[in-house]
Write a protein that binds this ligand. Structure first.
Ligand SMILES: C[S@@+](CC[C@H](N)C(=O)[O-])C[C@H]1O[C@@H](n2cnc3c(N)ncnc32)[C@H](O)[C@@H]1O
Length: 340
């Protein structure tokens, strides 16, 4: 696992700045992607009728969305079974995230989650078994030909490494970044996403399905006149703090965010080149930045400036949103593993 992956984790617990309390955007995105999830799961199940359906959620984090995903898949399969009058399968669901993820909070909520499933669905249902699979999803995590269905929502924009290039005054690709910074980010995305696809293609049964949702971008950094990105604005906020002597300039210059939001074309290109999946559909549908970026920023800039940084960042965002729409692009990809 890379250094970035050792440091990265969403804010744990259930407090005001925890991921669990601030994952409404991700929930909305998951709901928007539900028709695609539904279509893929039904096609998979009704085409194969496995007695035990093995599913993994990559980058599950710890919050309401973690088990919401499990509820959604059990609902989709239950209604498909009712339609064709077929006995429900056993569900085996693996929740994957980096080892630093707050798995304990998830595991503590499992008894009441199982209880609710039994109450809502009756004794005929399942059963459903849920386990954790800690590790980076840019490596192998499961045995050969094991998973029927792979899912990942709002996680694949995290990079395993950051560009080494000097990106003076910025923490992400910005108007003032040299072109080499953009190229390095893109190449890192291509390496990471290829590793993800290759690892999953070995782990999935032939004909298995995969639905991935990630933050995307409709920006063309090559044109040089893109509108500001969130992390460009966070970089500008850190820059203001450098001017006021609150953050060391050298600290800002030596930091790059392990994040890259690809365009739909960049995603398509990697899927095509990697070659193990048939790309079924790509759609574009739109974070709360602190909960997802605080651990990595605090480890570099220091915990003590986080409140100050994010208060300032909120003001900068307000100013920016007066003139810009601030729309997010989301990319949802549904794929089927080739049969050979
Ligand atoms: C924004 S959260 C999304 C969580 C959840 N899927 C949702 O939709 O609310 C992104 C998650 O991806 C995880 N993640 C990032 N890089 C990862 C990697 N290389 N391997 C496994 N998980 C990773 C992070 O730790 C984080 O929990």
């Amino acid at each position: 696992m890379s250094n970035v992956e050792k440091l990265l984790c969403m804010n744990g617990g259930e407090g005001e700045t925890s991921y669990a309390t601030n994952s409404v955007v991700q929930e909305e995105v998951m709901l928007k992607a539900k028709p695609i999830l539904e279509e893929s799961l039904r096609e998979l199940y009704l085409g194969t009728f496995p007695s035990c359906l093995r599913i993994a959620d990559f980058g599950c984090s710890s919050g309401p969305n973690t088990l919401l995903f499990v509820s959604k898949i059990t609902d989709i399969i239950s209604s498909a079974c009712q339609e064709v009058n077929h006995k429900e399968p056993t569900f085996l669901v693996f929740l994957n995230d980096l080892p630093g993820n707050d798995f304990n909070t998830i595991f503590r909520s499992l008894p009441s989650f199982y209880e609710k499933l039994r109450k809502d669905k009756g004794m005929e249902f399942g059963p459903c078994f849920i386990g954790g699979m800690p590790g980076t999803f840019y490596e192998r995590l499961f045995p050969d030909h094991y998973l029927h269905f792979a899912h990942s929502s709002y996680s694949l924009h995290w990079r395993s490494q950051v560009p080494e290039e000097l990106n003076k005054g910025n923490i992400y690709i910005a108007k003032t970044s040299p072109m080499s910074v953009y190229t390095s980010y893109l190449q890192q995305f291509e390496r990471d996403f290829t590793l993800f696809l290759t690892s999953r293609s070995l782990e999935m049964i032939p004909g298995g399905y995969m639905v991935l949702t990630m933050i995307g971008s409709d920006k063309n950094f090559l044109s040089g006149n893109h509108s500001y990105t969130i992390f460009e604005l966070l970089g500008l906020t850190l820059n203001d703090m450098v001017q006021e002597g609150l953050v060391q300039e050298e600290k800002l210059d030596s930091f790059n965010m392990p994040y890259y939001a690809p365009t739909a074309e960049e995603v398509r290109h990697v899927i095509k080149t990697e070659g193990s999946s048939k790309h079924k559909r790509g759609t574009y549908v739109a974070t709360t930045i602190r909960v997802v970026s605080e651990s990595i920023l605090a480890s570099h800039f220091g915990e003590e400036i986080m409140d100050n940084l994010f208060e300032r960042f909120a003001i900068k965002m307000d100013e920016y949103l007066v003139t810009e729409k601030g729309v997010y692009a989301n990319i949802v990809v549904s794929m089927k593993r080739k049969n050979n």
